[in-house]
Design a protein around this ligand. Structure first.
Ligand SMILES: Cc1cc2nc3c(=O)[nH]c(=O)nc-3n(C[C@H](O)[C@H](O)[C@H](O)COP(=O)(O)O)c2cc1C
Length: 191
């Protein structure tokens, strides 16, 4: 297994166990503005790809259509470790992958894919109450009937090109870079 991958995987297991791993995923907009947002890391594949789920109508997907460059940053507070994983992110539209990731989502998370497009304006303050009322009924119906993902559901795959770890427990701090083009060998750099 790749060195960075085994280090990252075991650190995530120690830090989060069964709890969700949250990272900040950065993308670049078509007018070259940086954009970051929290996302749940749904899976880390054996060859080191990072799997996320998202709404295909969201801004981040729009960004990736024009520029696949992305970086996801993870902070592990107990271990005092930071990981930055940069590469190209694409949408995996294969039926098997979509179904597999969809099958792992809770009813409440599935429900979020049936609303209006993310980022669009809410018409009035009463929308929120209506959303909540209909949500309670709809979460149940999504749970019972919907075994296949709706068109809004997307699986986003980040294929790493560069990985960097920063360990704050040492003095001085330990910063290590790994690059695909260098065969992923670790290179110590000044923090
Ligand atoms: C803890 C946390 C976890 C989140 N996980 C996801 C996620 O897995 N996928 C996702 O698309 N959005 C997730 N979000 C919402 C995003 O941060 C963001 O608000 C949303 O995706 C819209 O982003 P965009 O307009 O930049 O595409 C999460 C937010 C928080 C606070």
């Amino acid at each position: 297994m790749l060195k960075w991958l085994s280090v990252f995987q075991s650190a995530l297991a120690r830090e989060f166990g069964d709890r969700a791993t949250i990272g900040v995923l950065a993308t670049v907009s078509p007018d070259n503005a940086a954009a970051g947002r929290c996302v749940v890391l749904r899976e880390l594949t054996a060859d080191g790809r990072l799997i996320f789920t998202t709404d295909v109508r969201s801004e981040k997907v729009h960004h990736l259509e024009t520029n696949p460059s992305a970086e996801c940053v993870f902070w592990l507070p107990t271990l005092r470790l930071q990981f930055r994983i940069a590469g190209d992110a694409t949408i995996d539209a294969t039926t098997a992958t979509r179904s597999h990731q969809w099958s792992k989502l809770s009813p409440a998370t599935r429900f979020t894919f049936y609303g209006p497009p993310p980022g669009t304006k809410r018409e009035s303050s009463t929308d929120r109450t209506n959303d909540t009322n209909s949500k309670n009924q709809s979460v149940q119906s999504v749970k019972s009937v919907d075994d296949s993902p709706p068109p809004s559901f997307a699986v986003l795959v980040l294929s790493p090109i560069r990985v960097e770890s920063l360990d704050l427990t040492t003095d001085p701090h330990t910063r290590t870079q790994f690059a695909r083009q260098d065969g992923w060998r670790p290179v110590a750099i000044h923090p």
